[in-house]
Each structure stands twice: as structure tokens, then as C-alpha cells.
Design a protein around this ligand. Structure first.
Ligand SMILES: [Mn+2]
Length: 370
């Protein structure tokens, strides 16, 4: 395990080599997790050729000691209080502690910070306190995280397996009279019993509620003729999965079939267009053009997809404005949808792994149920 994290830190510094950066301070907890295995650090300090130092809230100190794969842990508290004999706690401000640590390690040059995560006033405080040149290294971290290693793919595949088991369970619950909340709770029971968490709030939407891409499950009961959107994701070892299926209660109407088949075709066209080197915006366009041919593109009100990893939405982004290029090793969703006010909606979402010359569809749950 330690080797994996060491390698990631080395990769980061070799990416930053041209910028002459000797130390990095990460404030996004997901970035911290990626380099140390602990998910809750307020600051993760990486100094070239040294072990990482994690600054964690005092109450997380023991868990951090246990879960951090390698490196030092220091608890932080903003107020004076008695300290336990086994604790290492700094009383004061986070940036003061970070500054002390950098000085201890003799860091005088430029410091890289994942600035995208920081609120403006926090960034100002950081600049003042560190009194060193600071440079934004968000891009380097984002691009490292977007390419998944074998170990990460293993975790993602496992998260997908649990998600698909939950989708199976949910699809077996779709009897008339069941509520959205009841189906959502069955899904989350499957997660829990498989040592998984949810990657995001589970979506179960019946009938007219399926017109809201991010519908919240409520007490709506399932009725004959309803479109049903279920969007769920499990999280295992920190890694997320994300899958959506659309079902119909009873017999599908012609209009429902027309929408469903258009979305399915848009998804297929987009998936077929994916390969390493392809512009993400082009893949979005492939789906949008297909929906246009069916007169439905105006009802596709979100982007085609997103990267998935430690975060449910991460780089790259697949939408018309995206500047991202898909590369081998990226894991992305492909999720076209059509939503009609007061009627309902259809969305079909799968996860794919970008490879040379194409992609591997990681999700395997059937898409057609009627
Ligand atoms: Mn998604």
C-alpha cells in the first residue's frame, strides 16, 4: 500500500518539476486521501523526498493515525484544553501550523496549493501566513486523479458490482403502490450490507417526478403507466460508482417507447464515439445530435457525463463547453436524458473506461425491460 502512495507523490512532483516546487499543501480532503489514504485532513503537506504530514481535526487524530498509510499526523484545535497522553495536538490556526512545518522542513521556495478548493478569504489568509511564493497546482492533481490505476479500477469495479446488486433489488420492488422512499431505502440497505456507502443521494423518481434529473425520493406511490428513473451509486474503499436505469410500470405507451429508444440510441452513439484522444465535447455532441434527429434535444438539460473516482463528479467533464480530452485510463459516465414537464423523463447511464481506440463499458446491468 505504502508503495502506491509513494508512487503517486513522486508522480505529482515529477509533474511539477518544471515549476521548481519543493512542497505542496493540499486542502481538498479527496486530494489528501489520494496521496495518503486518509479522507479527512484539513491540510496535507507533501515535501519533496519526505514523508507526508497530515493536519487533522483533533477529534479525528486517532482514526487518522490508524488509517493513514504513511506519514505523520498532527491534530489541530482552535482552543486550549487538556490534551491526552497519546495525542499530538497543535493549538492554534491551521495555516500557522502549516507554516511551522514548512519551516521545519527547510522549505524556502515556491509552495504548490490546490487553490480551487479554497474560499477566497482562506486563500488570502494562507498567502499572508505562509509568506512564500504560492502557486496553484490544482490542475496537476486533477489530471493525475483522472487517470485510474489498476488498483483504483479494482475498487471502482467493486463499487459497480454493489450498485448493480442494488439496482436488481430495486427493480424487484417496483410493484404498484410502493413509494419512492421505500425503494430508495431498499437500495441503501443493499449498500450497507455490502460494506458500501452511497456515492450520492439515491434518486428514485416516479411518473411526473422523473422530469427532474435530480429528483428527491418522496411518498409518491407507483402507478400504472409511470416512467421510473432510478439513479444510484455505491462507494467502496473511497471509490464511487454511478448508474441510472429507466423502467416503466406496466405496459409502455408509444410515446414512452419513442423517448426511451431515442435516449438509448443517443447513448449508444456517444459510447461508440469514445476513444483515447477524443474531445469530451465531441462525445456530448454525438448524443445531442442523435436526440436532435428525434426532435428531443431541447429536453436534454444537462451534460452527457463526468469522470468518476474518489468523487462522484470529477475530471473530465463531458458537456458542450468542455475543453477536456478523453485519455486512456479515465472512467466516465455516459448519461443522456430527456425530461418533459408534468410527464416524466428517461435517463440511461453507464460507466465506461476509456482505452486506446475505444472504451470498455464497465456497467453490465440490462437497459431494456419491456
Ligand atoms: Mn452521473
Amino acid at each position: 500500500m505504502e508503495k502506491i502512495f509513494r508512487k503517486r507523490i513522486e508522480s505529482l512532483f515529477s509533474k511539477l518539476a518544471v515549476e521548481d516546487i519543493d512542497a505542496v499543501v493540499l486542502t481538498n480532503p479527496y486530494n489528501g486521501f489520494y496521496f495518503t489514504g486518509f479522507d479527512c485532513a484539513v491540510a496535507t503537506i507533501l515535501v519533496r523526498a519526505a514523508e507526508p504530514v497530515l493536519v487533522v481535526p483533533r477529534l479525528e487524530y486517532l482514526r487518522a493515525k490508524k488509517e493513514t498509510v504513511y506519514g505523520e499526523v498532527i491534530g489541530i484545535s482552535s482552543y486550549e484544553a487538556e490534551i491526552g497522553p497519546y495525542e499530538r495536538v497543535f493549538i492554534g490556526k491551521t495555516w500557522d501550523l502549516v507554516n511551522n512545518i514548512l519551516s521545519e522542513y527547510g522549505v524556502r521556495g515556491k509552495v504548490g496549493v490546490d487553490r480551487a478548493n479554497l474560499k477566497v478569504d482562506e486563500h488570502e489568509k494562507l498567502v499572508k501566513t505562509l509568506s512564500r511564493e504560492i502557486t496553484d497546482i490544482t490542475k496537476a492533481v486533477v489530471s493525475l486523479r483522472s487517470i485510474k490505476s489498476e488498483e483504483e479500477l479494482k475498487a471502482i469495479r467493486k463499487a459497480i458490482r454493489v450498485a448493480e446488486e442494488a439496482m436488481r433489488r430495486a427493480s424487484n420492488c417496483l410493484e404498484k403502490g410502493v413509494t419512492e422512499e421505500e425503494v430508495a431505502s431498499e437500495i441503501e440497505r443493499v449498500f450497507r450490507l455490502n460494506h458500501a456507502d452511497r456515492s450520492f443521494n439515491t434518486i428514485v423518481a416516479f411518473g411526473e417526478n422523473a422530469a427532474y434529473p435530480h429528483a428527491k425520493p418522496g411518498d409518491r406511490e407507483l402507478k400504472e403507466g409511470d416512467l421510473i428513473i432510478i439513479d444510484l451509486g455505491a462507494k467502496i474503499y473511497g471509490y464511487c460508482s454511478d448508474i441510472t436505469r429507466t423502467f416503466i410500470c406496466g405496459k409502455a405507451s408509444e410515446k414512452q417507447l419513442k423517448i426511451f429508444n431515442a435516449v438509448l440510441e443517443a447513448q449508444r452513439t456517444a459510447i461508440e464515439s469514445i476513444r483515447s484522444g477524443k474531445k469530451a465535447a465531441e462525445v456530448d455532441k454525438a448524443a445531442r445530435e442523435t436526440l436532435k434527429q428525434h426532435g428531443l434535444s431541447a429536453y436534454f438539460n444537462h451534460g452527457l457525463g463526468h469522470g468518476v473516482g474518489l468523487e462522484i463528479h470529477e475530471s473530465p467533464t463531458l458537456n458542450p463547453a468542455s475543453k477536456d480530452t478523453l485519455l486512456s485510463g479515465m472512467v466516465v459516465t455516459v448519461e443522456p436524458g430527456v425530461y418533459l414537464e408534468r410527464y416524466g423523463g428517461v435517463r440511461i447511464e453507464d460507466m465506461v473506461l476509456v482505452v486506446e481506440g475505444g472504451c470498455e463499458v464497465l456497467t453490465s446491468f440490462e437497459r431494456l425491460f419491456f
